[in-house]
Every structure is written in C-alpha cells, then in structure tokens.
Design a protein around this ligand. Structure first.
Ligand code: F6P
Length: 495
C-alpha cells in the first residue's frame, strides 16, 4: 500500500493533555491516519521572526509521523489571518460583506503555499499518495507540480464551495480555480458544493465536463466528487455510553436538578449562527412561558481566530447577548443559558451530548458539521435526544430525519425547539435509528477509503507542469530557505 502524506494547515500536535483537537478536520484526519499510518505535515501553530524559522520539527506518535513547520509573524498575518480567514472563509460562507481583500495578503497566501511546497518536497517518496486539505492550501499542488512532483495529489475542501456569483467576486478567483486543476482528485462535502464548483468552471469557460465526475482543463484531466466526511460512529457511541458513569456526568445531572438540557457546541465563528440561535432560544422561552425554569441551554464555544477583527467583535457580542437573556429571564435559582468559552475533552463532550434532550446545530452555512453527527452517535437508543439541524449545514444532506430548520427564521426555530422537546419517544427512536444507519455506513473510514481509492485509481500521473497552471502572483516573493538541509537534519532525528 502506498504511503499516505497528508498536508493541512492545522495539525493536532501530539501532547499528553487529551484535550480535543480544534475543529472537525483535525479529529477526522487523526482517526483516518491513525488507522492507516502515514506522514502529516502542517503548521506548528508557532510564529517567529523572519530569520528565525528553524528546521521541521519531526515527531512520531503511533502510526503517524508529524512534520511541523513554524511560520513567520508576517506569514501568519498575511496567509492565515489575512487571505485565508478574511477572504476565503467569508466568501465560502457567503459573507461577501465581511471579505476584506488586500493584495499583499493574497501575495502572502501564495508565498506561504510555495513555502509549504518546499518543506514537503524533500520528504516525498516516489509512490506516495499526497492528500492536501482545506482552503488554506488550494495552490499547493500547483506549486508542487511546478517543482517537478508527479505523484498523485488529492484535495479535500472541508468548507462549502459557494455559488459562482459569490466566488467570482473574489479578485483572484480565476487563479485559484486554475490552481485546482493541478490535483488528480478534488473532494467536496456535498453534491451541492461540487456543482457550485462545476458551475464556476463553466461560467469562466474553463475546460469541459466529460461526465458528472470527470473534468478536463487544458492538458489536465481530474475527478471532482462529493465525499461527505464522517465520524468514528461506533467508537464515539461507546465513549458516550462510558461517560455516563463518570463523576462529571453525575455532577452535571445534579446541577441540572431535573431541568432538561439543550446543548450547542461550536467554535466561536459568525458562520455558526450563534446569535440567531440565542435569539431563537429567547423567543422560545418568551412564547412558551411554561418552559421557563424547566430547560437550560449549555452553549460550549471555544474562542477561535481571536486576532481576526470580526471574531474579536463576535466574542463581545455573544457574551453580551447571553448575559442580557440571563439578566432578563433568569431567576435566583435558574440561569437560562450557561455559556462557556473553553473546549472540553472528548469523553466529557460525549457524555453531555448523551445527557441532552436536544442539540441546536444551526449554522448559517457549514461544510459538514461533525457536532451534528457526534450528537446522534452519542444518544441512548431507548431514549434518544432530538437533533435540530440547519438546512444550510452539509450534514443536512445526509441526516434528513433531523428536525431541519432555517436558522434565519428565528420564530420558526423557536417553534421547532418547542416541537422537538415535546416529540414522543417512538418518533425520536425512529428518527435516531435512520440517522444512525447513515452514520454507520458513511463513517470516517468510509470517507477516507472512498477518497483514497479514487486517488489511487486515478490515471497515471500526468505532466509535471501542465500549461494552464498559473504562475505565482507577481508580487508574491519567495523566501530563501535551506530546506533540503533542514529536512535532512530533521529526518535523521526522526528516524
Ligand atoms: O473545518 C474548517 C477549519 O478551518 C479547519 O481547517 C480547521 O482545522 C478548523 O476549521 C479550525 O479552524 P482554525 O484552524 O482556524 O482554528
């Protein structure tokens, strides 16, 4: 079996703390890689001065070899906080109003992709399958091809791909679209995303669609399909069952004092619809006054990307909103919303999902949303809780038996909360069984196997530097790095 080489911006750095890695990407990839083994290259999470980027840090844990690189402060500012999170993220989540395009950040994005390519280059072996993840690294294959790499390279986008009118509002959209043609397989979360991508190509007159999944642009042919990402369904279910025996579980039950638990778990991000959700919960309490003092919403929201101004503003807004609702409706012995900004360990989270009668997973736009899937897997089959799910989450394409809502419709969501809490147990069991069947079939291993199966079977590696793959943006500079030497040193330490 060919060695798997994974590249992503964020890597769950092995440590002994046991805290959950940030975001679905890290959880899913860690599971998939631990089963198959391989090399995982990404950002160490550290930033340093221009001349202080050291060699790759090599670590090994179980089957996985990690290669971690530092980035400079300027890299992080321009590539991560800048173009990736102030242009690509809002655009892919349909927030053109929040996109702040600046040329020097775009140049930084291409420069860092070139840097990742040069860090990876010395580690690549002839038959490696290379699997690149997410919007931070769209041009990475084009950079690798330019440097002579002919291996099979796949790309999976964890976030939505927007409709052409939105994507084409981004000044460098054509360069990014063409960069994607350097891959052999492109993976999207849903059919809807894949079709949006296909529409972007055809609107720009780029290439031809040979069949639903095969495209040719210039001299390169590639596959584009949807591969909905999953979870480790049975393991997560077992984890939730075990968590019900723990002290934390008992303490939480005690503190609820007979009230029904409603749960929301999201990174603090404007795409997650947290403010609309709190509005809906408040509206539910005001419209169904008999529910006051009988329910508690636990909103677990680890802070995220705090250096990006939109996120900083949101931290204040959500904290104020939760405080206002608690002030207006709470009593001396009842707090309607428990709002916490820390991330919990996975066993604790699994136990809380199992205890909850209802999960509110109401993003305004989401690639997939693995919280929805984990909540379902964690339920007690005799008395399962209800999943209230946004139509705009990728998970809604699979979990059709959830209570589907439009998160922009605050009163509609409030009524759906009331309906869900009153749902008879037979109906809850029926819906849960159907969703669990889907989750068992489309688990994280199936996601990984299907994608890698397509990648391994994709036609023999094509020309290294096909026409049509764009040159790097003019203003993007290359940082000189003693990379081969650095990697060779760290390789020695590693093996
Ligand atoms: O799933 C989307 C994603 O951006 C992942 O790429 C990332 O690991 C996760 O969300 C968390 O975001 P960040 O790495 O910016 O904290």
């Amino acid at each position: 079996m060919a060695r798997l080489v994974v590249v992503s911006n964020r890597v769950p750095i092995p440590d002994k703390s046991g805290t959950a890695p940030a975001g679905g990407l890290a959880v899913a990839l860690q599971t998939a890689l631990a089963a198959r083994g391989g090399l995982w290259l990404g950002w160490s999470g550290r930033s340093c001065a221009e001349d202080a980027v050291g060699p790759l840090q090599m670590l090994k844990e179980g089957n996985i070899d990690y290669a971690l690189t530092d980035l400079t402060e300027r890299d992080v500012e321009e590539y991560y906080q800048g173009f990736a999170n102030r242009v690509l993220w809002p655009i892919c989540h349909y927030r053109l109003d929040l996109a702040e395009y600046e040329r020097h950040e775009m140049a930084g994005y291409f420069r860092v992709n070139r840097f990742f390519a040069s860090r990876l280059l010395p580690l690549i072996e002839k038959d490696d399958l290379i699997w690149i993840h997410d919007y931070h690294l769209i041009p990475l294959a084009a950079e690798l091809r330019r440097q002579g790499v002919t291996n099979r390279i796949g790309f999976f986008l964890h976030i939505p791909w927007p409709a052409p009118d939105v994507f084409h509002a981004m000044p460098v959209h054509e360069t990014l679209l063409t960069s994607l043609t350097a891959y052999d397989v492109l993976g999207f979360q849903t059919e809807h995303d894949r079709e949006n991508f296909a529409d972007c190509l055809s609107r720009r007159g780029l290439g031809k669609r040979l069949d639903p999944a095969r495209f040719v642009v210039g001299e390169r042919a590639f596959t584009a399909r949807s591969y909905p990402i999953g979870i480790e369904t049975d393991d997560f279910a077992a984890l939730a069952k075990r968590a019900a025996e723990t002290t934390l579980h008992r303490r939480m039950l005690q503190s609820l004092d007979g009230k029904q638990l409603i749960i929301g778990v999201d990174r603090l991000d404007y795409s997650k619809g947290i403010t609309q959700r709190i509005d809906a919960f408040e509206s539910f309490l005001n419209r169904h006054t008999d529910s006051q003092r009988k329910v508690t919403l636990l909103q677990i929201t680890p802070k995220s990307r705090s250096e990006v101004p939109e996120y900083e503003a949101m931290q204040r807004a959500v904290a104020e909103q939760a405080g206002r609702v608690n002030g207006a409706l709470g009593t001396v012995d009842w707090v309607p919303i428990r709002y916490i900004n820390r991330s919990l360990r996975r066993p604790a989270l699994a136990g809380l999902y199992r205890m909850a009668k209802l999960a509110l997973v109401t993003p305004l736009r989401d690639g997939m949303n693995l919280v929805a899937k984990e909540f379902v897997a964690a339920q007690n089959e005799e008395d399962p809780g209800v999943l209230l799910l946004s139509r705009f989450a990728g998970a809604a394409q699979e979990l059709k038996e959830a209570v589907l809502v439009n998160p922009y419709d605050v009163e509609g969501t409030a009524d759906a909360i009331a309906g869900s809490l009153a749902m008879p147990v037979e109906q809850r069991r029926e819906r849960w069984k159907a969703m669990m069947k889907t989750l068992r079939t489309n688990d994280v291993f199936a996601w990984c196997d299907t994608f890698l199966g397509d990648l391994a079977e994709s036609p023999a590696p094509q020309k290294a530097s096909p026409a049509g793959i764009p040159k790097p943006a003019r203003s993007a500079e290359t940082r000189a790095q003693p990379l081969r030497a650095a990697a060779a040193t760290s390789h020695a330490r590693w093996s």
